[in-house]
Design a protein. Structure first.
Length: 352
């Protein structure tokens, strides 16, 4: 097995101008942490696509969660979600003003809170891609407490990438290993059919280097296929049981993505048979009444460049707020909040 240095030498030998997009926050973390962009040949551009679940959760969904929290329910979600900006404020702001907002590590933690507080309504704000949706589906399939519901904000990766493909200028994709453990490699076949080499990659530096080499090999041979460079975790067909649970619990529907707008068939809604635990339905009136009066169409038109960063059009350095007004301690945009966000990683691992 080649070492990282040998792989890098091979990449330098075969190098050609190429723009490669990855679609996973963990890939961005690996690439930033190991300074990979600084050791790759300059004609290889590695871009970050919409692969950070926290980053792509839109303002309106944060506002919905805040509206629920202010209505008197116990609102639970992952720690990263606490600081993601809504249109006017974030969940921590709501908590500081008296709302009962609690950080949890999983839906099971949220269910435990509901069981301990039978006199209260408890809502779990569920975000994430195909990776987190099966866990939440499994929980919904169990016997949930009557006072517990889920505000589902799950997103699907391939439809979003397909929506972008005409407007982004890329030559090949590194597909997200975590997502592919669930959905397998076949949902990325349409990209290969369009002429884009696709390699499913793991999350070590070596995994990323191997995937770049495999992309070069496809390009050299004039092929565009989907290859699995992460077989230790990804089966071509994915995790069939996880897919089955997702299909049992969720319908596929259109979804809003921060910076990308409404994308057809790119989100998951809770099926009617589980409506007793669907917070979007149970609290529909409360949410409508409490949403702030803002134009969500213009919500991303600010100095923050997250919208363009999620499309690989700009880099954090292009943002005038980067490392000045916007830092991990004072995030202005969602890309600076999570360890999977591009701005966060550029800030943490930048040369100063
Ligand atoms: S540095 Fe902050 S304000 Fe600028 S694009 Fe990134 S998240 Fe948005």
């Amino acid at each position: 097995m080649a070492t990282e240095s040998e792989l890098l030498a091979k990449i330098h030998e075969l190098s050609r101008p190429v723009r490669i997009m990855h679609v996973c926050g963990t890939h961005e973390r690996t690439i930033s942490k190991f300074g990979m962009r600084s050791v790759l040949p300059p004609e290889i551009e590695v871009l970050s696509g919409p692969g950070c679940p926290v980053c792509v959760t839109p303002e309106i969904e944060i506002d919905r969660a805040i509206a629920l929290a202010r209505s008197g329910v116990i609102l639970t979600s992952f720690g990263d979600m606490m600081r993601v900006p809504g249109s006017n404020e974030n969940l921590l702001d709501a908590r500081s003003q008296g709302a009962d907002v609690r950080m949890v590590y999983s839906i099971d933690d949220a269910i435990a809170i509901a069981e301990k507080n039978p006199e209260k309504k408890v809502v779990f704000f569920a975000i994430g891609f195909e990776t987190t949706a099966p866990t939440n589906a499994a929980a919904i399939l169990r016997n949930l407490p009557d006072n517990f519901s889920v505000l589902a904000s799950h997103k699907l990766t391939p439809p979003a990438l397909m929506e972008l493909v005409d407007e982004i200028n890329v030559d090949a994709f590194i597909a997200p290993g975590h997502v592919c453990t669930i959905i397998g490699i076949h949902p990325f076949q349409p990209f290969a059919d369009m002429g884009f080499p696709v390699v499913v990659a793991g999350f070590g530096a070596k995994d990323v280097l191997i995937s770049i080499l495999m992309i070069f090999e496809q390009m050299s041979s004039g092929k565009a296929i989907v290859e699995n460079a992460y077989p230790r975790a990804v089966r071509d067909e994915g995790n069939l049981r996880a897919q089955e649970m997702m299909q049992q619990v969720f319908d596929i529907g259109d979804a809003q993505w921060r910076g990308l707008g409404l994308i057809k068939n790119s989100g998951l809604t809770i099926k009617k048979e589980f409506e007793d635990h669907d917070a979007a339905l149970i609290y529909e009136d409360v949410i409508e009444r409490c949403l702030p009066e803002v134009s969500y169409e213009s919500a991303t038109e600010s100095l923050c460049k997250c919208a363009n960063i999620l499309k690989g059009r700009e880099k954090p350095d292009d943002c005038p707020l980067f490392a000045k007004r916007c830092t991990p301690a004072t995030p202005v945009g969602s890309c600076m909040v999570s360890q999977e966000g591009m701005c966060y990683n550029w800030y943490q691992y930048r040369s100063v």
